[in-house]
Design a protein around this ligand. Structure first.
Ligand SMILES: [Zn+2]
Length: 380
């Protein structure tokens, strides 16, 4: 019943369409063209399709097949954007070798889009009776600020959701959250020879970095979560000073803190604020400000929830169900926070965000089967 030729051709077409996120690569096209491609397929399969434009070139697509009764509704989700292609030999080639399809987005996550479309084709062409609504959602900007998922959630309701991010067909029960913070140390600008006047903001940042290093070690060594591992912290960016022979007036570091379920925005902010207060106690000339730039909650679904149970049974014909958690954040956090029980499953592959990305075709066909079985058993 699974139309492997259709899924392979669709995936090859999807990879050939450049949908690099313009926030990550200047001048990149975004999701408009790939959204239209998916729209055309799903319209021809009699889904009710709507394209929502978020900003020029940035779109979400929602495709609905109404249930025959009042059964439970299921949402399947994928993002349409990809990261950039710098350094890739053939990013849009869709070359197939040894059962793998290569190209940017093949694994993250056009293989999943092709699997969803393959499933939609079976449901439509065989007129499979689902009592609840089947809602297919394809969003913009997951790789940057999740503009698409935040827009989508304003107008969507479902009894459960499957985010089809890559998991090697393992059942992912959630992920860590994260906060991004900006710490700026204050110095006093002066001629490099006037040491009695100048205060070096870069050296003050050194004190902060030392503390952050201690905190990072401490976080990574405790509170281990059975699926998501431990908390972590790193400093992806530092920018300080203006020139040789001038005392640095300011130094700014960005701190990325990965969180576990149970940690709150207030607690994580306070932990950093306390660290800066302690430094100020030890050195009165130490001055620093702390700002929270981004916050995303961690997300976790219970193993006992209905959608996880149904998914577990649907995976069984293909492989022994295995449970995992992701250490990175995904759009599932947004759907979960909006009250939609959400679980994550996607195909096998490799090279995510790297120079050679590929997806295993057989796992894409299997994902189609798993999604079909899950929908028929859940939408009752
Ligand atoms: Zn992804």
């Amino acid at each position: 019943m699974i139309d492997e030729a259709f899924i392979t051709k669709t995936l090859a077409d999807l990879v050939k369409i450049n949908s690099v996120n313009p926030a990550l690569e200047k001048g990149a096209p975004g999701e408009a063209e790939i959204g239209t491609y998916i729209f055309n397929i799903l319209s021809s399969l009699n889904f009710e399709c709507t394209i929502n434009t978020i900003s020029p070139g940035r779109v979400n697509l929602v495709a609905k097949r109404r249930g025959s009764g009042n059964g439970q509704s299921l949402m399947l989700n994928a993002h349409m954007d990809t990261v950039g292609v710098e350094g890739m030999a053939n990013p849009f080639g869709s070359v197939i070798r040894d059962g793998k399809l290569y190209g940017r987005g093949a694994y993250d996550m056009k293989g999943s889009i092709a699997a969803i479309l393959g499933m939609a084709k079976i449901v439509s062409e065989n007129n499979i009776n689902l009592s609840g609504d089947l809602i297919l959602t394809f969003v913009a900007d997951e790789e940057h600020e999740s503009l698409g998922a935040f827009e989508l959630i304003k107008n969507i309701k479902a009894d459960a959701c499957i985010v089809t991010e890559p998991t090697d067909l393992k059942i992912c029960l959630g992920h860590r959250g994260f906060g991004v913070y900006e710490i700026t140390t204050e110095g006093k600008v002066a001629h490099g020879g006037l040491h009695r006047e100048g205060v070096d903001a870069n050296l003050k940042m050194g004190l902060v970095l030392n503390e952050l290093n201690q905190l990072s070690k401490q976080l990574s060594s405790e509170n281990t979560h059975p699926l998501f591992g431990e908390r972590s912290l790193h400093v992806p960016l530092i920018n300080g000073g203006q020139s040789l022979f001038i005392y640095a007036g300011a130094c700014t570091a960005h701190v990325e803190r990965r969180t576990l379920p149970g940690e709150t925005q207030v607690e994580v902010f306070e932990e950093l604020q306390n660290m800066l207060r302690q430094l100020n106690k030890q050195d009165k000339s130490f001055k620093a400000t702390l700002k929270q730039k981004i916050w995303r909650d961690p997300y976790e679904i219970k193993r006992e929830s209905k959608i996880v149970d149904v998914l577990n049974k649907s995976v069984l014909p293909y492989c022994a169900p295995e449970y995992i958690g992701h250490t990175w954040w995904e759009d599932s956090g947004i759907f979960g926070a909006a009250g939609i029980p959400t679980v994550i499953i996607g195909p096998k592959g490799g090279g995510i965000h790297q120079h050679e990305e590929w997806v295993d075709l057989e796992s894409v066909y299997n994902l189609t089967g798993i999604l079909l079985k899950t929908a028929t058993n859940f939408c009752q």
